[in-house]
Design a protein around this ligand. Structure first.
Ligand SMILES: *Cc1c(COP(=O)(O)O)cnc(C)c1O
Length: 410
C-alpha cells in the first residue's frame, strides 16, 4: 500500500485565484458584453526588451552550430558571464561585495523561495508576514514544518507577523524566538518597503538569535526613492544573517522566460543539533545541482543582456511605464477619497476598502460596477481583510479606462 505524504492534505485549497476566476466567469456569463479589465494578477504585460531578444536570438544561432553548441552548464549554478554581470551590476554598484561563488542561478524565485527550506531542519520555527506571498507558507506545510490548519486560513506552528497601517506594513520583531524569517521588500501584496534602519533591526535580531532571514527582493528594480536599500546586504552584518532571492521576472519581463538567482554568502551558517556551525552555501549548492540541471544557455544569454547599457535603458523605460500606471492609480484613488498604500517603490497598490466593506465585498462592487478585477487582500492572510490589491502591470490604456470607470461608477 502506497502511503501519501499527509502533509499535503493539510494544505487549504488554493482558494484565492480560483475563486476570483469563478466570480469573473459568472459575471461574464451574465454580462456577455462587459469588457472586464484585469488588475489582479501579478504578471507583466510589456514585451521583452529588444536587447534581450537580440541576445537570445544570437544564442539560438550559436546552439545551431557545432563549434558554439552548448549542452549542460557544467557548473550547475549558472554561467560565469551571467554571475559576473550580476555581481558587478546588482551588488558592486551598491557597495556590496558578493563573490560569484555565492550566486546560484535558477529558473525562478518562486522555486528558490519554495525550495530553500529543504536545507533547514524540520524543527525550525518559521515566521512570515501577514499578509504573505503564499509560497513561503505552503512549502513549509508540505515539508511538515507546521501543524494542521488553524482559524483564519492560518496553520498551527507558524509565527504570523501582522503588517498593518500601524507598523507601516513592516513587521515588528516577534516576541517568541524564531529561526527562519521570510521578509519580502518591496512587498507583494502591500507595496511597502523597509528602510535601512528597519532592516538593521531584523539583521541584529537574526545575528543575536542565530536565525536566518530569507529576503525576497524580486521587486527591487521598482524602488524609486533614493535611500531605500535594494539588497539586504546593504545592511552591516547581513552576510552572516540572510539569504537573498532575486528574479528577472518582474524587473525584465521574464515571467515566461524563467530566470532568477539566489545569493548565499559564505559567512552564513546554520547549526547541527550539537551546536556545530555549518556553512549553508555548499549545502544549497549540493541540493541545487542534485535536483536541477541549470537554466538554458539561451535564457542566461538573455538575462546577461539585461545588464548591457541598452538592456538597462530599455528595461528602465518598461518599469517607468508600470510605475506611471502605479502613480495614476494612486493619485486617482486618493483624489476619490480612498486610503492607498504602495505604488511608489512597487508595482502594487494596497488600498483600504471604503466604508469598512470586506475585501470580497469590494471585489464584487468593483467587478459589478466598473468591470474591473483586483485581488481581495484577505486572500493573502487575515491581516489583509479590509484591503484590496491592484497591480500596475496592466497596459496604460487599460489602467486609464479602469480608473475612469471607477471614477464614474463607484
Ligand atoms: C513574482 C514574484 C516572484 C518571482 O517569481 P519567479 O518564480 O522568479 O517568476 C518572487 N517573489 C514574489 C513575492 C513575487 O511576487
Amino acid at each position: 500500500m502506497t502511503k501519501i505524504n499527509e502533509n499535503f492534505l493539510k494544505l487549504q485549497a488554493g482558494y484565492l485565484f480560483p475563486e476570483i476566476g469563478r466570480r469573473k466567469k459568472a459575471f461574464q456569463k451574465a454580462n456577455p458584453d462587459a469588457d472586464i479589465i484585469s488588475m489582479g494578477i501579478g504578471d507583466v504585460t510589456q514585451p521583452l526588451a529588444p536587447a534581450v531578444i537580440e541576445a537570445m536570438k544570437k544564442a539560438v544561432d550559436e546552439m545551431g552550430q557545432r563549434e558554439t553548441f552548448r549542452g549542460y552548464d557544467d557548473s550547475g549554478v549558472g554561467y560565469e558571464f551571467l554571475r559576473q554581470a550580476i555581481k558587478e551590476n546588482d551588488f558592486e554598484s551598491r557597495g556590496v561585495d558578493i563573490d560569484i561563488d555565492e550566486i546560484f542561478v535558477s529558473d525562478g524565485a518562486k522555486c528558490d523561495t519554495g525550495n530553500i527550506q529543504e536545507v533547514f531542519g524540520l524543527d525550525n520555527v518559521i515566521a512570515v508576514s501577514d499578509p504573505v506571498y503564499p509560497v513561503y507558507v505552503d512549502t513549509n506545510v508540505m515539508a511538515g514544518r507546521t501543524g494542521g490548519p488553524a482559524e483564519q486560513g492560518k496553520y498551527e506552528g507558524i509565527v504570523y507577523m501582522p503588517c498593518t497601517e500601524e507598523n507601516s506594513f513592516v513587521p515588528d520583531l516577534p516576541k517568541e524566538k524564531v529561526d527562519l524569517i521570510y521578509l519580502c521588500f518591496p512587498n507583494n501584496p502591500t507595496g511597502a518597503v523597509a528602510t535601512k534602519e528597519q532592516l538593521k533591526k531584523w539583521v541584529d535580531y537574526a545575528r543575536e538569535n542565530k536565525a536566518i532571514i530569507l529576503f525576497d527582493a524580486a521587486y527591487e528594480a521598482f524602488i524609486s526613492e533614493a535611500d531605500i536599500p535594494h539588497s539586504i546586504y546593504e545592511i552591516d552584518g547581513a552576510k552572516e544573517a540572510a539569504i537573498e532571492f532575486r528574479s528577472f521576472s518582474k524587473s525584465a519581463g521574464f515571467t515566461g522566460v524563467r530566470c532568477a538567482f539566489t545569493v548565499i554568502p559564505k559567512q552564513l551558517k546554520a547549526y547541527t543539533k550539537d551546536g556545530r556551525a555549518v556553512e549553508v552555501a555548499p549545502i544549497w549548492k549540493r541540493r541545487h545541482c542534485t535536483k536541477f540541471n541549470g537554466v538554458s544557455y539561451v535564457t542566461q544569454a538573455g538575462a546577461a543582456a539585461v545588464y548591457s547599457q541598452q538592456g538597462k535603458e530599455q528595461n528602465q523605460r518598461i518599469i517607468d511605464i508600470y510605475m506611471t500606471n502605479a502613480k495614476l492609480i494612486r493619485e486617482t484613488l486618493s483624489r476619490l477619497g480612498y486610503t492607498v498604500y504602495g505604488g511608489l517603490n512597487a508595482p502594487y497598490i494596497w488600498l483600504k476598502t471604503p466604508n469598512g466593506v470586506s475585501s470580497w465585498e469590494f471585489f464584487d462592487i468593483l467587478l459589478n460596477k466598473a468591470h474591473v478585477v483586483g485581488t481581495p487582500g484577505v486572500g493573502f492572510g487575515s491581516a489583509g481583510e479590509g484591503y484590496f490589491r491592484l497591480t500596475a502591470f496592466a497596459t496604460p490604456d487599460n489602467v486609464k479606462e479602469a480608473l475612469e470607470r471607477i471614477t464614474n461608477n463607484i
